[in-house]
Design a protein around this ligand. Sequence first.
Ligand code: DQA
Length: 146
Amino acid sequence: MTRIRVLNGPNLNLLGSREPGQYGERTLEDIMQELQEVAEACGLQLDHLQSNSEGALVDAVQQAARDGVDYLILNPAGYTHTSVALRDALLAVGIPFVEVHLSAVSAREPFRQVSYFADIALGVISGFRGESYLLALQAIINRIEP
Ligand code: DQA
């Protein structure tokens, strides 16, 4: 069975109350539950992890390789624009991943338009609020069953 893991970076635990104009009104739990239901209905195994810590996210990428995860859906949040360490972890394990953002990062501040992940991701989905995760899952499903 195809295994998918969703990794969410710093401050995404605050979704629902955090800048709803940018990130929507749904909580992370709510978005992840819907994603899990869709994955299950498609016969996929999906789990998720959120951390505010860069080191914990690096550990999670390494753990995903040990767990035999086939695809990652990654929202590095603020680390999108800074983290060489997380990029290196993804290059080291070679797990294909989709980069996801709730907000339209390309329409925001210039520093958000730099991603340390976009060039090594399968693709980037940005700007659809919680739906961005569903679109990423759909892109992975399309790759599994073209
Ligand atoms: C974000 C965009 C980032 O620029 C920001 O730092 C986040 C969330 C998004 O999902 O839109 O924390 O990754």
